[in-house]
Design a protein around this ligand. Structure first.
Ligand code: 26V
Length: 824
């Protein structure tokens, strides 16, 4: 293994220290006498960065020289979190750094915590992209990520008087992990008109003219693999005014203000990440972001391909492009445009290349999240692309008509253009038509898209075009980095840390299930992780929680379909039950801490009401002397990747309780189980496959099944809809004002009681409460509980993102690993 060679790293802690001191004194121009933790972080990062750069250059040279097929992962979100800890672990020199920093007077944990999260994503979709980059590099696949370099990532969340307040996340102050490439730029065109003319041979050609140009500047981020010299590249584009600092024409004519305004308008494109998750609002700036990023990335990819001097038909043998959701779908149109308008290929030849290049991953079935752009907006911003979209649609519908004659309604249903007022471009349909494979992200989800939203397309293209690749998570960050003690314990039983590269080795720990010392150590690690979280809760919220209580965690974006409202209603039900008991009876109850975390999209009013209710319940329950340690309710502010690294290892049970059929996969469910926490969940997304792997005795499933959801909704609307009596009791208490002004929470109640209960909170409530009682029961028997935890971890090997990436590589991308020789 490469880690054991250490030819790539610092010889020893002295070598590391010398590098840190050098960076403090020269790069940072500070003296060691006033080197604080922040400077130590900077210097330590620069020292590791120097190491990465060498391997990064070698990897890129090797991949170019070898001329192997590359994957390009196009994602508008990369939720990377911190880089330093990850870099130290992946190159295997965290111990050296720890010793060196200690000699310089620093605790490595404090130094690591200086780093600002790179939070260029909303939630699951963006974090998945980050796990994929880690696996691609760790498995030596030639692959690049392409994204946007937002000046502001996802906002920081503050909780003030129980309400969410958004604060901008300016994260670029000092970022040693990015390299501006001022020489790698692309001019991106917007607006203008299409000029139809003929070339010398009399062939009709279209030229896109006029409009305005914005410059894309590349910023590169090295992505180190674990225990391999392979270091891949993540290229993020930043927008800039095309004519340099100022438009000199305007400047010289005295129009200084408007020349600065032009510049600012250009820079606005990459200024901010859209903070919506699962909601499409069709904003022009968002479409501009998408085209800006797609055009720059494709120009870059095509430029690289052209250097090989290969024939165009070989493009799909050299290039695979994966579309992370529909956000980059314009790439399909852009490549077709490049091939026919700029390179002069015939339509059919070009289209063949295009469809063999792209794969599309769908991440949601929620109708409000499916992207549509109005024809008028596309026409205005990208006039030539709209023509090409119409042509793609025409040829597609013609082929459908040949295969299914006289089915007008089918043509209407599958048309890329929705004939509504106004007309809309359906991006998911365009992505399907322009790709050779379409995949969902968990088995249930992949089945659902084939039988519901994309049903007609299965009939048209055949079932083989549609496939499943169940999501995964990287065990390097989500076990080794987040839970180093557990990682060490597992390594002591599996023999070594090879399990981090082949997670199926985890099954070896099942052999030690009866080993008393191992079990004791296991429990001690969980307890220590809970103590650490309890300290964080104390310092950030002032609430004291008992680390011996059952920690019940729900951390994820706040959304009605994820049903945090059901969780907090359940907490109220528990509170009422406890209140109704005598002090004697109460003592028999299992103490609990209900921990919530997650951001609401700034414009998502209902989600914000949920946050407010959680905090209001906490304010009452946490100060109720009758209750004491039996129940605490906390909301952890600003949930992000580094908070997740602390919270997930500290959970006893976590909640994955979406209405069946709505959560495409979920990935935190995998992280929680991998860290020795059990889960309570619905039969949704990856919960189903987790159950299959770990066994149904090791998970707490409840609630209605996806296949019954539609009928239940129908019965709410047209049948008699009675609210579950326990839930009705909860509503009554909220309405009495027990948790503050009941008007504040009225919408949460009426959604269930009067507006059809779309997310089936009442239908699932009884089963939810009963299942929580089973959790309490199970937790009382600590020995059995630990057996469940260890058994579950042992069987989680399937959920590594390495497995997932290998499936994409074989089934969709057709790429091979390319090993890089270690630097000597
Ligand atoms: C959609 C939109 C619509 C336009 C505005 C901004 C925006 C941002 C993100 C999205 C994507 C929503 C889809 C999504 O995040 N899906 C999640 O993907 C995870 C990884 O596959 C999966 O685990 C989650 O279950 C799924 O909700």
């Amino acid at each position: 293994a490469w880690l054991k060679h250490k030819t790539h790293g610092f010889k020893d802690k002295d070598g590391f220290e010398r590098e840190v001191v050098r960076h403090v004194e020269t790069t940072l121009a500070r003296s060691m006498f006033n080197c604080d933790e922040s400077a130590a972080y900077s210097a330590c990062s620069l020292a590791f960065r120097d190491r990465l750069i060498l391997e990064w250059n070698r990897t890129q040279q090797r991949q170019t020289y070898n001329d192997s097929k590359r994957l390009y992962y196009l994602s508008l979100e990369f939720l990377m979190g911190r880089a330093l800890d990850n870099a130290m672990l992946n190159v295997g020199q965290k111990d050296v750094a720890k010793a060196g920093l200690a000699e310089l007077g620093f605790r490595i944990e404090d130094v690591i915590e200086q780093e600002h999260d790179a939070a260029l994503g909303n939630g699951g979709l963006g974090r998945l992209a980050a796990c994929f980059l880690d696996s691609l590099a760790s498995l030596n696949y030639p692959a690049w990520g392409y994204g946007l370099r937002y000046r502001y990532g996802i906002f920081k969340q503050e909780i003030i008087d129980g309400y969410q307040v958004e604060v901008p996340d300016y994260w670029l102050d000092f970022n040693p992990w990015e390299f501006p490439r001022h020489d790698v730029t692309v001019d991106v065109q917007f607006y203008g008109y299409v000029h139809k003319t003929t070339d010398e041979s009399g062939k009709a050609v279209a030229r896109w003219e006029g409009g305005e140009t914005v410059k894309a500047v590349a910023y590169d981020v090295p992505i180190p693999g674990y225990d391999t010299p392979t270091t891949n590249n993540l290229r993020l584009w930043s927008s800039k005014a095309a004519s340099g600092e100022f438009d000199f024409q305007k400047f010289n004519s005295g129009d200084y203000e408007s020349s600065v305004a032009d510049q600012q308008r250009a820079e606005t494109i990459s200024a901010v990440l859209y903070p919506n998750d699962n909601l499409d609002r069709g904003k022009e700036l968002r479409l501009k972001q998408q085209y800006f990023w797609v055009a720059a990335s494709l120009y870059d990819i095509v430029r690289r391909f052209k250097k090989t001097k290969r024939a165009w038909r070989e493009f799909p043998d050299q290039v695979a492009i994966q579309l992370n959701d529909t956000h980059p779908t314009l790439a399909i149109v852009e490549l077709q445009r490049i091939l026919i308008d700029l390179e002069g290929l015939e339509w059919d030849e070009a289209w063949n290349i295009v469809t063999n290049t792209f794969g599309y991953t769908n991440h949601t079935v929620l109708p409000e999240a499916l992207e549509k752009w109005s024809v008028g907006l596309v026409q205005h911003l990208l006039p030539r692309h709209l023509q090409i979209i119409y042509d793609i649609n025409l040829f597609f519908l013609q082929s459908v008509e040949r295969a299914f004659p006289d089915d007008r309604d089918l043509l209407r249903r599958v048309s890329i253009i929705e004939e509504s007022q106004p007309k809309m471009v359906r991006m998911a349909f365009l992505a399907i038509v322009g790709s050779h494979k379409v995949n969902g992200v968990a088995e249930l989800h992949s089945d659902l898209i084939k039988t519901t939203i994309f049903k007609d397309f299965v009939a048209i293209f055949g079932p083989d075009k549609f496939t499943n690749v169940t999501n995964g998570v990287t065990p390097r960050r989500w076990l080794h980095q987040a839970n180093p003690k557990l990682s060490e314990l597992i390594a002591s039983k599996t023999g070594d840390q090879e399990y981090l590269k082949d997670l199926s080795h985890l099954n070896k720990i099942e052999l030690h299930l009866k080993d008393a010392a191992f079990r004791k150590e296991w429990a001690a690690i969980k307890h220590a992780n809970k103590v650490r979280l309890a300290e964080h809760i104390k310092t950030t919220t002032g609430v004291e929680v008992n680390p011996s209580a059952l920690f019940d965690v729900q951390v994820k974006r706040i959304h009605e379909y994820k049903r945090q409202q059901m969780n907090i209603f359940g907490v109220i039900h528990r509170y009422l039950t406890l209140k109704s008991l005598s002090p004697e009876e109460r003592k028999k109850y299992q103490p609990r801490v209900s921990i919530f975390g997650g951001k609401a999209a700034p414009g998502y009013w209902m989600a914000k009401q949920i946050i407010h209710l959680i905090n209001s319940v906490g304010a009452v329950v946490n100060n109720d002397k009758d209750i004491g340690d039996l129940l605490k309710v906390v909301f952890v502010e600003d949930y992000n990747v580094s908070k997740a690294e602390m919270i997930i290892p500290a959970s006893d049970i976590s909640e994955h309780i979406s209405t069946a059929g709505t959560e495409a996969s979920g990935t935190s469910n995998m992280k929680f189980v991998l860290n020795g926490g059990l889960i309570i969940g619905t039969c949704d997304g990856a919960n189903i496959e987790i159950t299959r792997e770990i066994g149904e005795n090791n998970i707490f499933l409840f609630g209605n099944l996806a296949e019954d959801v539609e009928d239940l909704r129908h019965s709410h609307t047209y049948g008699s809809h009675t609210i579950d009596p326990d839930l009705a009791r909860v509503f009554e208490e909220i309405e009495k004002g027990t948790f503050g002004d009941s008007k504040d929470f009225a919408a949460l109640i009426t959604a269930v009681r009067d507006h059809g209960d779309y997310y089936l909170v009442s239908d699932d409530f009884h089963s939810y409460i009963e299942t929580h009682a089973l959790v309490d029961e199970a937790y009382k028997n600590q020995e059995e509980w630990i057996t469940k935890c260890i058994t579950s971890v042992a069987r989680m090997g399937f959920f590594t993102s390495d497995r997932c990436i290998n499936e994409y590589a074989d089934g969709i991308w057709n790429i091979e690993p390319l090993a890089v020789e270690p630097a000597s």
